[in-house]
Ligand binder design. Structure first.
Ligand SMILES: [Zn+2]
Length: 422
């Protein structure tokens, strides 16, 4: 007997759930269902229904479902439905029929007809330079001139689509190989492409390649990063009521961008000297695991920024805001290779995990992209770089924000993703 697919994600994936003769259910949640709202976050979920009538499933923010009246209960364990009690929802019904019923009752499900609260455009590591194509130190081809063409197509596509509240570039706007006498021309070329975006403001953050090119105060001004007395580059903004975007500066403590006698330069050089025995501090050779992050092209958050982050999250909790963290450097080893991680990612995660308001962390820098859900249900999503798109291909996208999930729609090299929220 084929029955029931009340599972909200199943509607998109057409995953089927079978009811066995003994009335136990076996779920077919695919292994990739990292975002499985019910399985991931709840050991059990309840569903109210009466035979022959429409289902009445209500998702709560914690990821469960509420039961009322007649209900039947389904227990989950490790992506498998292991128990099924009372009531039957349309035995023999096709998956899509049941999903249709749920949609009819206005339940929040993964349904394309539902309107997002708001949407925003994403892109990272344009890393433009007017130089010939070459390769990364790992031999990955890089297409320096094409990245500007790809950005042009991205902005064009966003404008044609419409309905985007803002765009955000996750750092590394111009490559460090850009000839020094052409740096400002290259920056202006990229920024003028972004200026053509008609959806709203464009937000930027600092990447290592930005710092190879220009001093921090000038970068902040060019990138529209709010002014601060210390030339800090972290800030936050609220694009929609109840949502706060926190933009971190991953190169706060860094050997890049500050004057040589700045305390943060000194702290960074001391850390690198302690952690990385190589004469070339950009090389992770000989370092293992997450220790490979101690290279000069990475950085960390300083004390002042950590305190600011904690205060911002406290306030967000008070005002019941949901938070999305943006940082050029990845914050979780499950989402990126170790040599790209923020130096003090563990310290930052500890702060994020003190609060229930953080939904997701989005970043760039690790050009191949990645995604993981951490132990506290926070998504870590690393976006794919424009720079490594072969000519004619792209890596841009937009995120639809729903009360229950973030839906990333990627183009070409940028993978799409459904991020179901805790
Ligand atoms: Zn980078």
């Amino acid at each position: 007997m084929l029955v029931t697919a009340f599972h909200p994600i199943i509607s998109a994936n057409a995953t089927k759930v079978w009811l066995a003769e003994n009335r136990s259910l076996e779920s077919m949640c695919p292994p990739s269902l990292m975002n499985c709202l019910l399985c991931r976050s709840q050991a059990s979920a309840n569903l109210s229904s009466s035979v022959g009538e429409q289902s009445n499933l209500q998702l709560s923010r914690s990821g469960g479902a509420k039961v009322s009246e007649l209900g039947f209960q389904v227990a989950f364990k490790e992506h498998r439905i292991v128990a099924f009690m009372a009531g039957v929802a349309q035995v023999g019904a096709e998956v899509t029929d049941v999903v249709a019923n749920i949609i009819d009752t206005n339940v929040v499900v993964n349904d394309k007809s539902l309107k997002p609260l708001f949407s925003f455009a994403v892109i990272t590591d344009v890393q433009y330079a007017d130089i010939d194509d070459s390769q990364s130190f790992l031999g990955v081809p890089r297409f320096y001139r094409h990245s500007l063409e790809s950005l042009h197509r991205a902005v064009d596509a966003w404008n044609r689509r419409g309905g985007l509240a803002f765009a955000i570039h996750f750092g590394d706007i111009v490559d460090g190989k850009c000839p020094k006498d052409k740096t400002r021309i290259a920056f202006n070329s990229v920024l003028s492409e972004f200026k053509a975006f008609r959806g709203g403001p464009v937000y930027h953050m600092i990447g290592n390649h930005c710092l190879y090119n220009l001093p921090r105060p000038e970068l902040n001004q060019l990138l529209g990063i709010p002014p601060s007395t210390n030339s800090d580059s972290y800030y936050s903004f609220t694009p929609y009521p109840g949502f706060l975007f926190v933009v971190l500066d991953g190169y706060d403590v860094s050997a890049l961008g500050w004057p040589v006698d700045h305390p943060h330069t000194k702290a960074a050089l001391h850390l690198l000297e302690t952690k990385n025995p190589n004469s070339d501090k950009n090389s992770p050779d000989g370092l293992s695991g997450t220790e490979r992050r101690f290279v000069m092209f990475n950085g960390g958050l300083g004390e002042q920024q950590l305190k600011w982050l904690e205060k911002v999250l406290e306030e967000a909790t008070t005002f019941e805001q949901k938070v999305i963290i943006c940082c050029h450097l990845p914050l979780h080893p499950g989402a990126a290779y170790p040599s790209t991680l923020l130096w003090n990612f563990e310290e930052v995660l500890q702060i994020l995990h003190k609060f229930d308001c953080v939904l997701a962390c989005i970043g760039g820098h690790a050009h191949e992209g990645g995604h993981v859900v951490d132990s506290h249900g926070v998504h870590h999503h690393v976006l794919e770089a424009v720079l490594e798109c072969p000519p004619g291909t792209d890596a841009y996208g937009h995120v639809d924000v729903f009360p229950t999930h973030l839906s990333l729609h990627g183009t070409d090299r940028m993978a799409s993703s459904e991020m179901y929220l805790k």
